[in-house]
Design a binder for this molecule. Sequence first.
Ligand code: ASP
Length: 479
Amino acid sequence: MPSTATRSPIPLHWKVLTALVLGVALGAAINHWWTPQTWASLGVHNPAAFLDFKPADDNNPSFAALAARFLGDLNEFLGKLFLQALRFIAVPVVLFSLILAVASVGNPRQMGRLGLKTIAIFLFTTALAVVVALLVASWVAPGTRVPPDVRASIIAQYGSQSAAGLQSAHALKDSGVWNYLLNILPTNPFNAIANAQILQVVASAILIGLGLSLIPKDKAQPVVRFAEGLVEAVMQLVSLIMVAAPFAVFCLITQFVSTVGLGALTSVLAYALAVIGTLAAILLIEYPILLFLASPRHNRMTPARFFRGMAPAQTLAFSSSSSAATLPVTIQCAQRLGVPRDIAGFVCPLGTSLNMDGTALYQTISVVFLAQLYGVDLSTAQLVTVGVMACAVSVGLPGLPSASVAMMAIVLDSVGVPTEGVAIILAVDRFLDMCRTIVNVSGDAVAAVVVAGTEGRLDPPADPDALNTQPPPSTSQRP
Ligand code: ASP
């Protein structure tokens, strides 16, 4: 398990939570007390130009103003550096884990069976998340609780940011369903890798893995070992990156709260709480029930074991908002839950792209929230459309920070809710993204447990921390 989590006496998740609280407090203080007058007292009368390094006659910045700008930029740089480091590993991890998994399952019939079970459990959990989300959104009706003036001011502030995302969502929608399906198979896998087209990367990895499983073992072996070495190297890199997680969370949250302020958060509090509460219900009720049912009768998996086993992946998911970057740790955690390595290596990478319960749930509540906010009365048929679209959009979304916000325009469009409402969602997205990513990665591990359980190959250890998840060098060799 990531060495960082065990070396220090304080578990990583406590450090991350402490960083979160400190970041929110500092961000709120800056947002509240650092006003244009503060800049003026430091010799800066045109803060926008000063912060953009543009010349302005009325600016005569003092040393303190320069230091403040430097600290702000450093804070932003450190947060982005962390996210970028995680993006750096996202594509190779998905590609090589899946090649390795498909090649090591070996037998195409066995892979077909595992594949069907995996897809079935993905569909079931995503659909259930969406149904719960629809019920909660209709019951809480968060959209009726935002004052109209707040809505207008948030749209004015975030309108331009949402426009870029909307453009790419529209481009995707305009290409049509058949083209979308056709495009899953890339004409050039290197292009897909270079452009981080995750669904295309998944398709390429499955095909390469399948090809490897069909050729003689001595020819496949060098490629499999190459993939194995790379996956392990990336896992070590993730352990290193995790050391920085608390600092990164502090930087990202400080920046977010200092820009947005707690005012915007409280005005959409009912919406944010509805999302967080529903995510919690999935994590604390639905998943433990599935795990209980999937584990052997003589060795049931309790919620305590599940959360202990999954803590490293959930902490990283929360810190990074990226299920793709969390993938190596998710695979390790699934093994800590007693899933054999080949099944964990097969189900989790597929889930990173195809199984996003948290994202589908979030999209559903958000669209119903915006419909209520704009006074669009959704019929039952339209609510079903929202649910189906949210499931469809969550499949194939890259497991990257804020990936679902832009794509939400497609769901909004499908039921005639104004797409500029995405701006309102953006105002609170960072924190909700952290929370939904926890559910996304947990859902992948749960699916791996269920698949292993139905194959009769699940063996939950009493103490997940005692389990060595490092693969022996030759586990991918086929018999
Ligand atoms: N950040 C999420 C993930 O990586 C995707 C999303 O934006 O919903 O799983």
